[in-house]
Design a protein around this ligand. Structure first.
Ligand code: AFP
Length: 426
C-alpha cells in the first residue's frame, strides 16, 4: 500500500477513535459550542494576562482545526460498508474471501431494495404463479425475484460453495467456485406476505465454513469426489446437506437487511453488531449504527397473540403476566407486531423487549426456520448482548437435522428472554 494511502487510513482511524469517545453531535451542536465558550471565558478570567494571551492564540488555532475536522467529517466523510470490510480485513478479523461474499450479499440487498421500492409501479406485487414453495407457502413474485438475485450475486462472487435458501427445496451447489467454498444460508425475502401493502420486509443470511471438505462441486448436486459416497446420488446430496446443517454457534457471519422507510443492513462477524443504512444518492451502505447493544430490558412484546388459545400453559401464563398492570407498577407491556421477523427484530434490537414465536398445539415447533431465520438472528442478538432461545435451550446450540427445520424462537433483551424461560423452569 502506498505510504500516502496508509497515512490517510491512519488519520481516518484516529478520527474514528476520537468520534467513538465523543459522539458526532458534540462537534456540531450549537448548545455544546456555547457551553464550551462559556467555560473558556470563566477559565480565562481566572488566569494571569500573559498566560491568557498564549492560551487565546492556541485556542484560536485549535478552533480552526476543529472547524476543519467537522467540515470533513460530518459532511463528506462516508464510512461505508466497503470501508468497514477493508478495515476488518486489515485487523485480521475476516479474510478477503469472506469480505467478497459479504460484499456480494450487500449488492443483492441493494438490488432487492430497488425491486421492493418499485414493486407497486413495476407490477412486482402478487403471487408468482409458481405454486407453493417447500414450506407449503405460495410464492410471491418478489420471493422468486429476490431468490434469483441472491443466488446470482453469490454465484458471481466466486467464493460460495453451497447455498441454502428458504425458496429452494434442497441446498444448491455452486458451479465455478474459485476458492472459499463458503456456505451461505438465507431467506431472500422474509415477511413477503406484507409486501403488497408496502409494509417492511427483509432478507436474512448466515455464512458458514464447510464442516466437511466438499472439494470442487459441479452443478446442482452433481456428485463431486468428496460429496459422492459410493456413487450414490442421494448419499452425495446428504453429504452436502451435512455441510449446511451446522449449529448456529459455527456461524462466521450473520446479518439481515431491512427494507423499510430506510434500508438498513445489520451485520456481525462475531465481534459486535454494526448497522449500515443505504444512502440512495450514493448507492452505498453507510455505517450508521456503531456496535449496537440491545437494552437489557424493554417493555415491548412482539408475539402473534392470535395463537394464544393454542399455546401451552407456561406461554399463556407468561403472556398474562406481561399484561397484568399490577405486576409492572400500573403500566403493562406494550404490544407491537408487524408479522415480519426482520422488522420486529430490528425494533427489538434497538428499543429492547422480546420477539417470540412459540410452538403451539398445531405446530409444536412454531413457524420460524432454524437455519436461515432463528440461528442468524440469535447470533446477532448474542453479539449485541441479548439472547436467542427456544424457551428451553439456546438456539445457537441446536444441531439441525434438516434444512428447513423449525424451532420456537424467543429473542431480544437478555432479561426479557430469561423471564420467558423462567416459566418453563418453575
Ligand atoms: P411470510 O414470509 O410468509 O410473510 O412469513 C413471515 C414470517 O416467517 C416472519 O417474518 C414473521 O415473523 C412470521 O412469519 C409471521 O407469522 P404469522 O403470520 O403466523 O404471525
Amino acid at each position: 500500500m502506498a505510504l500516502a494511502q496508509r497515512s490517510t487510513l491512519k488519520n481516518a482511524a484516529a478520527q474514528r477513535t476520537r468520534s467513538a469517545a465523543a459522539p458526532r453531535v458534540a462537534f456540531s451542536s450549537p448548545v455544546v459550542a456555547q457551553l464550551r465558550q462559556a467555560a473558556q471565558t470563566v477559565r480565562a478570567a481566572q488566569q494571569p494576562a500573559a498566560q491568557r494571551n498564549v492560551k487565546a492564540q492556541a485556542a484560536a488555532v485549535e478552533a480552526t482545526q476543529a472547524k476543519t475536522e467537522v467540515y470533513n467529517k460530518s459532511q463528506f466523510e462516508l464510512y461505508t460498508l466497503t470501508t468497514w470490510l477493508l478495515q476488518e480485513q486489515r485487523k485480521g478479523k475476516i479474510d478477503s474471501e469472506l469480505a467478497t461474499v459479504i460484499s456480494s450479499i450487500s449488492l443483492a440487498c441493494k438490488q432487492i431494495a430497488a425491486a421492493v421500492g418499485r414493486s407497486g409501479i413495476s407490477s412486482l406485487t402478487g403471487v408468482a404463479g409458481t405454486g407453493e414453495n417447500v414450506q407449503g407457502e405460495e410464492q410471491k413474485k418478489l420471493d422468486v425475484i429476490s431468490n434469483d438475485i441472491f443466488c446470482n450475486c453469490l454465484r458471481m462472487s466466486g467464493r460460495t460453495g453451497v447455498i441454502a435458501s428458504e425458496e429452494e427445496a434442497t441446498p444448491v451447489a455452486v458451479e465455478e467456485t474459485d476458492s472459499g467454498n463458503y456456505i451461505v444460508v438465507f431467506d431472500p425475502l422474509d415477511g413477503s406476505s406484507n409486501i403488497d401493502a408496502g409494509i417492511s420486509v427483509g432478507s436474512i443470511f448466515g455464512i458458514y465454513e464447510p464442516s466437511i471438505s466438499v472439494g470442487s462441486i459441479f452443478g446442482i448436486y452433481e456428485p463431486s469426489e468428496t460429496c459422492m459416497v459410493d456413487g450414490d446420488l442421494d448419499q452425495s446430496l446428504e453429504a452436502c446437506i451435512t455441510n449446511v446443517c451446522q449449529p448456529g454457534k459455527n456461524l462466521l457471519v450473520a446479518g439481515y437487511c431491512l427494507y423499510s422507510s430506510c434500508h438498513t443492513m445489520v451485520l456481525t462477524i462475531g465481534d459486535g453488531v454494526y448497522g449500515f443504512t443505504l444512502d440512495p444518492y450514493v448507492g452505498e451502505f453507510v455505517l450508521t449504527h456503531n456496535r449496537i447493544q440491545v437494552p437489557e430490558v424493554g417493555k415491548i412484546y412482539s408475539f402473534n397473540e392470535g395463537n394464544y388459545a393454542m399455546w401451552d400453559e407456561p406461554t399463556k401464563k407468561y403472556m398474562d403476566s406481561l399484561k397484568d398492570p399490577a405486576k409492572w407498577g400500573g403500566k403493562p407491556y406494550s404490544a407491537r407486531y408487524i408479522g415480519s421477523l426482520v422488522g420486529d427484530f430490528h425494533r427489538t434490537l434497538l428499543y429492547g423487549g422480546i420477539y417470540g414465536y412459540p410452538g403451539d398445539a398445531k405446530n409444536k415447533n412454531g413457524k420460524l426456520r432454524l437455519l436461515y431465520e432463528c440461528a442468524p438472528m440469535s447470533f446477532i442478538a448474542e453479539q449485541a448482548g441479548g439472547m436467542g432461545s427456544t424457551g428451553k435451550e439456546r438456539v445457537l446450540d441446536i444441531q439441525p437435522t434438516e434444512v428447513h427445520q423449525r424451532v420456537p424462537l424467543m429473542i431480544g433483551s437478555k432479561k426479557e428472554v430469561e423471564y420467558y424461560e423462567s416459566f418453563y423452569k418453575n
